[in-house]
Ligand binder design. Structure first.
Ligand SMILES: Cc1cc2nc3c(=O)[nH]c(=O)nc-3n(C[C@H](O)[C@H](O)[C@H](O)COP(=O)(O)OP(=O)(O)OC[C@H]3O[C@@H](n4cnc5c(N)ncnc54)[C@H](O)[C@@H]3O)c2cc1C
Length: 531
């Protein structure tokens, strides 16, 4: 992973000339005065942990698994939000951990937590490092030092229960490797967020992630049937049955807990069969309102495609759903509908035929056409599929030419969605100087949907401060319009206060009580999630 940007530097993407022109003419983007810092010039504090404390950590995991090199520390500094990248590009390594420790088993995680609690060392559980909400920038105040607890060595597919369609995995398994291992058994998770290339299964659970195919496979938290967690106060093993009436479901307390209650060391996940067939296609609607009504009809009446994404007018015009052809957008509002599953050929019964890719495509197509959609065939769908993980690379190119690009996401009930859409747009338009604001709906439910905004603006003054002002305005607008502060990115540091506003004081007290029972010394991710 590139230390100051996204992903594999070999996959860096050039901005097409028409996008450069648009940035210059429409948004007033100018090349930044200073180039990005070099790796060598990133400013790091000296390691705060004494040799004795480092030796205590090494006693648990072995010397070779306690890293204090520049590369290790910089590579574990913060996450991958735009402010995170801007800070790294400015050479600011002030949130770097003092050391990176790599445990190789649940028992080593538990032993590390005991050492860190006794020595007051803050611990940041680290998966793929793709947090976009400040989930890895723990506070160091009052601690002897900070360690990143990197779960990369816990990367096994432990077992496959093909009868129950449940697999047990370790948390440090990255999503592509998980899919490769599962494919050998003819299985898939079907979880494909845009951060797919680098994020881990533990990180998905810890942040309640949702992928591009959530309409078909569900959110990641829907897939988790069991969890093993090491906490400073002992171990938790949750999930004996798919559903249970035995009191409140503590799995839900750990999902989305972002490392503040414990470290997830194993997950039991529901899996599906690798689809026989995949078809992605495009539809055009005259307006975002009409497109939203069509998505609601599909979510409430079915049949639901596996992938369902509606771009608003601006996003369609820019062509963001097809990053390979960005700048060559269209009028109206583009819907991408994807179908994955069994092929119709070989269906023994009419029910099987109806749930096949062809059956669902015909059924959903009839709903989309009835709601005013115009079919565009498979070409837009293939273009979307080809570029589905490309947008983060474009962000690096935009930052390099002096544009800030960042995303904002929320969710609400269908009846609240138009107001939420207007509120977020207005907040962004008011807080930034002539920004480009684009939106899509990409996760739908019977009762509502998420809204995902992408904002591009010219960098003015300190771009981190510039974005933080806009973020404050937009978070307040989301709360006031009745949306949730996050549909799938999580809380981290950035959404902490707005999350507290959603929960109310009693809700926050419940979190604090759980935290003080499981982590009395407060070493796990201080400053994250809980105000
Ligand atoms: C370009 C880009 C695109 C993205 N697209 C999507 C998307 O489409 N959908 C989506 O849902 N998210 C998306 N994200 C956000 C991010 O990828 C998710 O939040 C993901 O779940 C984080 O996984 P990770 O392994 O990188 O976790 P990390 O970033 O390493 O950690 C996330 C949080 O969980 C904690 N944590 C990590 N592992 C554990 C563990 N084993 N036990 C306890 N706590 C742990 C960390 O301390 C941190 O607070 C995107 C991010 C980027 C940068």
């Amino acid at each position: 992973m590139l230390w100051s940007g996204w992903g594999d530097p070999a996959k860096a993407r050039e901005l097409p000339p028409q996008i450069r022109e648009l940035l210059h003419d429409l948004l007033g983007v100018r090349e930044p005065a200073a180039p990005s810092s070099s790796f060598e010039s990133v400013r790091l504090a000296t390691v705060a942990l004494s040799p004795a404390l480092l030796a205590a950590l090494a006693e648990v995991v072995g010397h070779e698994h306690v890293l204090t090199s520049r590369a290790a520390r910089i590579g574990h500094t913060r996450g991958k939000s735009t402010p995170d990248l801007l800070r790294m590009r400015a050479g600011d390594g002030s949130d770097a951990p003092d050391a990176v420790v790599l445990p190789g088993s649940h028992d080593e995680v538990a032993a590390l937590l005991r050492v860190c609690a006794a020595e007051r060392i803050a611990v940041v559980p680290f998966g793929g490092g793709t947090s976009v909400v400040g989930g890895l920038a723990a506070s160091r105040s009052g601690f002897a030092g900070v360690v990143a607890l990197d779960l990369a060595r816990l990367d096994r597919l432990v077992s496959v229960d093909a009868e129950s369609m449940v697999v047990t995995v370790e948390p440090g398994l990255r999503a592509p490797e998980a899919e490769r291992l599962l494919e050998r058994h003819g299985l898939t998770l079907g979880h494909f967020p845009q951060s797919f290339e680098y994020a881990t299964l533990g990180g998905f659970a810890a942040a309640r992630s949702s992928g591009q195919a959530s309409a078909g496979y569900g959110r990641f938290d829907d897939m988790v049937v069991g969890l093993t967690v090491a906490t400073p106060s002992g171990d938790l093993s949750l999930g004996r049955a798919p559903k249970s009436a035995a009191g409140p479901d503590l799995r839900q307390l750990l999902l989305g807990s972002e490392g503040v209650f414990g470290v997830i060391t194993a997950l039991r996940l529901r899996v599906r069969r690798v689809p026989e067939r995949r078809v992605y296609e495009g539809w055009r609607f005259g307006s975002f309102r009409e497109g939203t009504a069509a998505l609601r009809a599909l979510a409430q009446e079915g049949p639901l495609p596996t992938v369902l994404r509606l771009s608003d007018e601006t996003e369609t015009m820019i062509g963001l759903a097809r990053p390979d052809a960005i700048g060559g957008g269209d009028s109206g509002c583009l819907v991408i509908a994807g179908y994955e599953g069994p092929a119709a050929q070989g269906s023994a019964t009419s029910a099987e035929a109806a749930t096949s890719v062809e059956g669902r495509r015909a059924g959903a197509g009839a709903v989309l056409a009835r709601m005013g959609g115009v079919p565009l065939g498979t070409e837009p769908g293939q273009a979307w599929e080809h570029g589905r993980f490309a947008a983060p690379y474009l962000r690096d190119s935009l930052l390099a030419v002096g544009a800030t690009v960042e995303t904002v996401e929320t969710a609400g009930f269908w009846s609240a969605l138009p107001r939420l859409y207007d509120a977020v747009r207005l907040a962004l338009l008011g807080a930034l100087e002539s920004p480009l604001v684009m939106c899509h709906v990409s996760h739908v439910y019977e009762t509502g949907a998420s809204l995902y905004f992408t904002v591009v603006t010219a960098q003015k003054g300190d771009p981190v401060e510039q974005w933080e002002r806009a973020k404050e305005a937009v978070s307040a607008a989301i709360v006031a319009a009745g949306g949730t502060i996050s549909h799938h990115h999580g809380v981290g540091r950035d959404h902490r206060e707005a999350y507290a506003a959603e929960l109310g004081p009693v809700g926050v007290d419940i979190l604090r009580a759980v935290k003080s029972r499981l982590d009395p010394a407060g070493i796990l991710n201080p400053g994250i999630l809980i105000p």
